[in-house]
Write a protein that binds this ligand. Sequence first.
Ligand SMILES: C[S@@+](CC[C@H](N)C(=O)[O-])C[C@H]1O[C@@H](n2cnc3c(N)ncnc32)[C@H](O)[C@@H]1O
Length: 456
Amino acid sequence: MSSSEGPKSEFKIEQSGRQLKKAEVDFMRLIEQQNLQRVQKLQRQRKNNKLTGIALGGTVLGIYLYSMFSVKQEKFLDDFEEPVKLEVENKALTLPTFSSTMASTTKISKALTSTGVRLPPLPTIRDLVKLYQLRAIKQLSQNFLMDERLTDKIVRAAGNIRDHYVLEVGPGPGGITRSIIRQNPRHLVVVEKDRRFMPSMEMLAEVAQPFMRMDIVQGDILDYRIENAFPDCSQHDWMDGKRAPVHLIGNLPFAISTRLLINWLRDMSLRTGAWSYGRASLTLTFQKEVAERIVAPILSDQRCRLSVMNQIWSKPELRFMISGRAFVPKPEVDVGVVTIVPLRTPLTQVHFDTVEKVIRHIFSMRQKYCRRCVSNLYPPAGREELTELTFKKASVDPLARSFQLSVDECLRLVEAYDELSREHPEIVGYDYRAPKAKGGLLNEEEAGGEIRVVER
Ligand SMILES: C[S@@+](CC[C@H](N)C(=O)[O-])C[C@H]1O[C@@H](n2cnc3c(N)ncnc32)[C@H](O)[C@@H]1O
């Protein structure tokens, strides 16, 4: 039988019922096994190909999303490319902005500053942000100010700081810090919570060292004891007409700005903390609406607890506004720069905590008669009589609304309450909202750092 006739004869063998030889069966098994192995191998390859495809797709998508994010960040930084023209010692001098390249930084530092001090070469703020990959952390309300004209303007609003003592809150990458250093204070303390900014602060301290003392504190400003910051600053008489040479300056983290301000007003009233040195002044940024509230006069839409509390102990002034566009990343709001100088004679001698309690109650319901708000100071038993007595003692119209009250009228209510609480000590600890949140009104921090929520 020739080989070309193989299959035909095999068919015949089957038909004829011939048994397969063992060798033939083994051969067929071998072929079958090889086929099976090939199929399994192909299946494995297909699975691997699929996984590789997914991994490649994921990587490409990741790169795409990262580029979009980077482009977004870059877009903000690109706003600062324009060179700035500054008048220095009556000569128009073109200085590169903070956003210039490393190479051009030498020009910044070699240029004369307004005090005639020369700074050695420094990387720009923009370069530092890039170098340390300083992505803003929302929880720490990080919005950086990189425009030198604006940081200089903020520091100028503080008045003369040459040879003075300055505490900067939240220096971040150091924009305002540089403007402060150029004004040649005697001693600068910076308090920053975020450790990522320490290298840039250390670099600035090294640069500043020949001209002044600079201390870096890594920590929370809410815990920092300012009375220990300037050991060689002597006490200045509160009444001698001059302000103490102590300044608190900062582009404040929005999330804690009202809390900080109320804490500082308390220190101001008790002459502790920064005010243990004398009449120290504040130059601070706030969310625009908060800034407007701090300075709001009687009858104004913005009039609130913050307005009256500030105006009892200080003279707050809204100096200028900064567009949100000037910050990186851009916040959803504009920003107001406020200076706060303590009054030589505060408008009351009543303890801060009592004043704060009564003013908080007066402004707790803007649209209600203030009689209703004040009544909540008293426990239900005796509430009516005590409320009536308070308004009578204070000679204030109980049907006025809180924003219609002058600071003086508010203080007369405070004094009436203070007098009554000495006569009836049982009312002192009463809190109509207990056991609800202490401090009561929702502030930015309690609202999770959402800067749209402002305290009234
Ligand atoms: C609005 S940024 C200002 C940064 C910088 N001064 C500028 O103008 O570019 C607020 C800064 O305060 C810092 N910060 C936030 N909470 C703080 C706290 N409790 N104590 C100290 N610093 C804080 C943030 O890390 C951030 O650097």
